[in-house]
Design a binder for this molecule. Structure first.
Ligand code: ADP
Length: 159
């Protein structure tokens, strides 16, 4: 079975990587899908994020990386995939994720289900936005939260 793990991944953190690998292990095949969101101004372009993700998952034969835009259910339909993976760090994520899960089920007439994986406790405090904020002041402070390719990319971007 295949699943889509969608997100902004701006940038990808060790928390995202953990969810992606665990998702791929139970589903069989996972597409990490970078949302091209015209309403957000990201730090990394979609192409930069796709390139970073492809480097990180180079050796994971069950993980692919793509960009998508538009409605997630339309992308899922196009790919013929019925499962979405999302990560839950705590009650805030649950409150935010629930309506999306319901919407995606309704919009797809019950075809697309969302499967939630709980965060690994040691990684549950990591978020792309806090990583970006802290890195602006002290890039080395986030060294243990992102893979080395992302740390280098952040150093270049924030120089
Ligand atoms: P979005 O912009 O849609 O919130 P993100 O790139 O922030 O997407 O995150 C994608 C998914 O990964 C979301 O389901 C989010 O809850 C999950 N996630 C983010 N960080 C972590 C983490 N540290 N541990 C587990 N799941 C996480």
């Amino acid at each position: 079975m295949s699943a889509i793990y969608p997100g902004s991944f701006d940038p990808i953190t060790n928390g995202h990587i953990d969810i992606a690998r665990r998702g791929a292990a139970i589903m069989g095949r996972l597409i990490v899908a970078v949302l091209d969101n015209p309403h957000k101004t990201p730090l990394f372009t979609v192409q930069e994020r796709v390139d970073l993700l492809r480097k990180i998952f180079l050796e994971d034969s069950n993980i692919e990386v793509e960009a998508f835009s538009g409605l997630l259910v339309d992308y899922a339909k196009k790919k013929n995939i019925r499962a979405i993976i999302r990560g839950l760090r705590g009650s805030d994520d649950l409150a935010k994720e629930m309506p999306y899960g319901i919407w995606n089920r309704q919009l797809s007439a019950g075809e697309v289900e969302t499967i939630y994986l709980t965060a690994t406790p040691a990684l549950a405090h990591i978020s792309g936005s806090i990583v970006k904020e802290v890195a602006t002041y002290d890039v080395m402070a986030i060294a243990s939260m992102v893979p080395s390719v992302v740390l280098s990319a952040l150093k270049d971007k924030l120089r």
